[in-house]
Design a protein around this ligand. Sequence first.
Ligand SMILES: Cc1ncc(COP(=O)(O)O)c(C=O)c1O
Length: 393
Amino acid sequence: MPGDTSWMDERFRELSAQNLQWDPPTLESASTPRCRMDGEAMIMLSANNYLNLTTHPRVVAAMIEATKEFGAGSGSVRAIAGTMEMHLDAEQTVARFKGVEAALIYSAGYTANVGLIPTLVKGKEDVIISDELNHGSIIDGVRLTKASRAVYPHNDMAGLEQSLKEHSDSDRKLIITDGVFSMDGDIAPLDEITSLAQEHGAMVFVDDCHGEGVLGETGAGIVDHFKLQGQVDFEIGSFSKALGVQGGIVAGSESMRTHAINHSRSWLLSGSQPPGVAAAQKAAVEVLMDEPEHHRRLWENTEHFRSQMNSLGFDLGQSTTPIIPVMCGESATAKQLSAGLRENGVMAGAIVFPMVSRDKARVRNQLSSGLSIDDLDEVLRIYEKVGKEIGLI
Ligand SMILES: Cc1ncc(COP(=O)(O)O)c(C=O)c1O
């Protein structure tokens, strides 16, 4: 007799009553700037595909070729018998691109955070000091530790300094921040963070998942943006965003890589990436290095969209990156705006509580180099129409 799981349906009814349930739409084409979703043609503003590499011919060909030659799966965890040349090549390419000694590939950005953070601290005698808006995977990684914890107000350097002073007696101190904050599109002041860290003897850990391929002169990420090479201990990245594939990255020193290989449970205890994925990861980084036009077009599109949306009178919050939220206040307004856009062929999701606080609901736009100016002008016309219909502008 199976156990009683009726509480699951009960829980779902409670969520639905608060309009907080997920009902994921189905993408019926590749994730491209013009795509098909639930039977409708859409202009996509909800993908992390900043450089439109999901369908880049070199990336797709690398995946197909490696799969044909090396098979669909690696057959093991990396540590035992699942490390293939493709994994090592991809890691060396990432390290070269990011200007660090070494990189290690994880099954996802999520598992990189939850796998690395617990290896960096011991117990109560150490402290993790974290920005209040850090991504959930960082929060989960911190929860897996027994270290003392402190949270500072978002990007508030006086708050961070205060915390560092309060924990001056801690043994290891680890500051963790997102690079680009995924809900607001603002950037952590990593230059100030690293100088406070140096003053107080702390390690610096930055989650650059939305900065990779986006920030810096060539898309190398937040460390290049602030010219902080050699001053950041741990950089987390993701292949599932600007790089258009899937998988996680940890970048830093050779010692860090050796340490992670020996202690990081999400790396040690999980099967390695299929060879096709590893080959596509490497190809995506090479495309980024060889074809700077994707990075340039992303920023041209971002500036065009931001300036036109500002002229229309939308409140874009604190964004300075290709993540551009439209601040709506109430959840109902964000949902209304997102639904109106979708009816008119634009996919831009509502971000509501519990992802953001109840009074800071928004519709989040993520720009891509693959959008044309005509695509964007169509989006802007639709935003103006729906924004006026619902009284937001
Ligand atoms: C800031 C941040 N870190 C980590 C992740 C997880 O990355 P992945 O999709 O590779 O697991 C995400 C993805 O949502 C993210 O936005």
